[in-house]
Write a protein that binds this ligand. Structure first.
Ligand code: G3I
Length: 336
């Protein structure tokens, strides 16, 4: 019998409680279940902090370690929020994913609007210093970094961004090499969206990763974001095939940024079930691929989502209660 949203929510309250008592990270989950956190959302919110500590095995830094926030002035680093978040995650025994060292967005204005144009050498020096300082700060604490984020466009060409224009495509391999030097123990990922199926961007990311591997550039994994929506036709088999293709290069893979928007006018039990199906299939795809090392939802609960609370894209609702998608993932990635 179909479960209504109300029933699902009602039963969730009890299930969350039981999970808390019996499962609380006593044993590892079959695959780490992660979330992303912007520290400003948690610092004054003890309930959200408790939910994160209770429900998740891993934390990705949502904004605090992006260049805009961590290097707000040239050569001056602000690690306050990053330190708080990393400290919180460590106290709760969570794995930490650092996000992100090199991206064309969320760059500080001193960098993008200089008085005089930067030379290529100056940009290389700025990027080296940034990566060495940020990765070095958390050496041995951040287990995995999204080193380069979203560098390939939908048509498979390089995304035209600040770093491509200032340095050229070599910025990608340089970033991986400097990150490895700064923390030889951290796993280094390339991260992108829209690569969970077969398409030109996915092909180009594959070619890029293959080329980096062939030339001995230190890349350890590919992160597949999966920002999804009702009506997304990419199937579980598609996701498995895509993850396996990246894994065939000897790389780890991971679902790094899962969410599924629902049109605000359309939040009905059937929509919640369709949302749950996309979550389940993606988690299941990850579980079926040996090299897939984790599944991360992009936000703690609906009000924290970058996609807008009204699109209810996450698996916990505004009261931190599990939606059908929560159970779908929990059933697919059980605690062992
Ligand atoms: O810039 C102002 C800042 O000065 C001010 O303090 C703040 C007050 O709320 O607003 C700031 O703008 C925010 C911006 O991040 C900071 O650069 C926006 O409100 C906020 O919506 C914005 O969104 C972030 C987004 O990246 C930026 O592109 C999201 O929180 C973050 O979840 C999102 O994450 C990205 C991943 O890094 C990469 N993959 C896609 C994903 C979703 O876009």
């Amino acid at each position: 019998m179909a479960v209504t949203a109300r029933q699902a929510t009602g039963s969730c309250r009890r299930r969350v409680q039981v999970d808390y008592i019996s499962f609380r990270r006593v044993q590892a989950r079959s695959l780490p279940l992660g979330t992303t956190v912007w520290w400003r959302y948690l610092e004054d919110n003890p309930v959200a902090r408790a939910v994160v500590a209770r429900e998740f095995d891993s934390v990705t830094t949502e904004n605090d370690l992006k260049m805009e926030f961590v290097q707000p002035r040239e050569g001056e680093f602000d690690f306050q929020a990053g330190d708080e978040l990393v400290g919180f995650a460590r106290r709760h025994g969570m794995e930490i994913r650092g996000h992100t060292l090199v991206w064309g967005q969320q760059l500080p204005r001193w960098l993008t609007e200089p008085r005089d144009p930067w030379s290529r050498d100056e940009l290389i020096s700025i990027l080296t210093n940034h990566i060495r300082t940020v990765v070095g700060r958390y050496r041995g604490q951040i287990a995995e970094w999204d080193v380069v984020n979203e560098a390939i466009a939908e048509d498979g060409s390089y995304t035209r961004n600040f770093w491509l224009e200032g340095i050229g495509p070599e910025y990608i391999e340089l970033a991986f090499r400097w990150a490895r030097e700064a923390d030889p123990t951290a796993r280094l990922f390339y991260n992108d969206f829209g690569i969970e199926g077969a398409n030109p961007r996915s092909d180009a990311v594959f070619d890029l990763a293959a080329d980096l591997r062939r030339r001995g550039v230190p890349i350890d994994g590919v992160g597949s974001q999966r920002h999804s929506f009702l009506g997304d036709v990419t199937s579980e088999a598609d996701v498995v095939a895509s993850l396996r293709r990246f894994a065939s290069l000897g790389l780890r893979v991971r679902i790094t940024e899962m969410d599924v928007t629902i049109p605000p006018a359309n939040v009905a039990p059937s929509s919640l079930r369709a949302q749950a199906k996309l979550y389940r299939e993606t988690a299941s795809a990850c579980r079926r691929v040996r090299a897939c090392t984790g599944f991360t939802v992009w936000g703690v609960s609906d009000p924290f989502s970058w996609r807008g609370a009204e699109t209810t894209p996450l698996f916990l609702d505004a009261s931190y209660l599990g939606k059908p998608a929560y159970y779908a993932v929990r059933e697919t990635l059980p605690v062992q």
